[in-house]
Design a protein around this ligand. Structure first.
Ligand code: F6P
Length: 239
């Protein structure tokens, strides 16, 4: 059993202005979120380790009752050591290559976490609309604005490197395979479109609903893949 945490980066200065795309740094609120996130993940890893040790104890008791095996006993010191070892186990933090995401990841101590920056996790490229607000787009490119509203999944932004949701789904395929393959717990710090696609994949959302799902900033999702289905928990950061 492992924990997969997903979150958007902390608030950026462009988020404050309502601008899409770009490579803006964190705002002061975003910086606070990054620190709170690192504290939160540490707590959750510890709680998880404790949960695992407790569940193992319950299993031993069940086995003892069923087989009349000797009574299991785990001295307190041993329990503490097990929890410590489990909560210090390898934990990967993936961020995109964009400032707002790497700056959020910088709150994680590299001696404690294996932090990696991955281009595949970058936000959708909005081509000629990078750096604009939705209002700007509506004014400057009214037809494009409506075309996107009519079919957000397939709409590809015009201009250099412009992408559609479908394009991003394809570029994330290798990330999804890697996420399925890895056995250790991890945190992914990324962007709105990437979150919609990864959560959509893990939680079985349809492709049609994916581009419209609410995925606010300063919200952490925890997914635990289980043999039958997936467990989801969601936390919101309150300042
Ligand atoms: O506004 C933040 C942001 O991540 C933009 O960079 C991106 O273009 C947008 O959200 C994606 O959301 P939507 O697909 O709903 O426009």
């Amino acid at each position: 059993l492992r924990q997969i945490f997903l979150t958007r980066h902390g608030e950026s200065t462009d988020n404050v202005l309502g601008r899409i795309g770009g490579d803006a740094p964190l705002s002061p609120r975003g910086k606070k979120f990054a620190k709170a996130l690192a504290r939160f993940i540490k707590q959750q890893r510890l709680a998880f380790a404790l949960e695992m040790v407790e569940s193992k104890k319950r299993e031993d008791w069940r086995a003892h009752k069923a087989n009349k095996s000797p009574m299991p006993s785990t001295p307190q010191e041993e329990v503490r050591a097990k929890v410590r070892a489990a909560s210090n186990s390898q934990f990967t933090v993936w961020t995109s290559m964009l400032k707002r995401s790497t700056e959020t990841g910088a709150a994680f101590d590299p001696d404690e976490y294996d932090v990696k920056h991955i281009r595949f996790l970058n936000e959708i490229n909005s081509g000629c609309c990078e750096g604009l607000t939705y209002e700007d787009i509506q004014k400057a490119y009214p037809e494009e604005f409506h075309a996107r509203q009519a079919n957000k999944l397939y709409y590809r932004y015009p201009g250099m490197g412009g992408e559609s949701y479908i394009d991003v789904i394809h570029r994330l395929q290798s990330m999804i395979i890697e996420l399925e393959r890895m056995t250790q717990s991890c945190l992914i710090i990324t962007h709105r479109v990437i979150m919609r696609i990864l959560l959509g994949y893990l939680l079985d959302w349809t492709q049609t609903e994916m581009p419209h799902m609410m995925v606010p900033i300063h919200t952490v999702y925890e997914i635990r893949p289980k043999p039958y289905g997936t467990e989801l928990k969601k936390w919101q950061y309150i300042e």
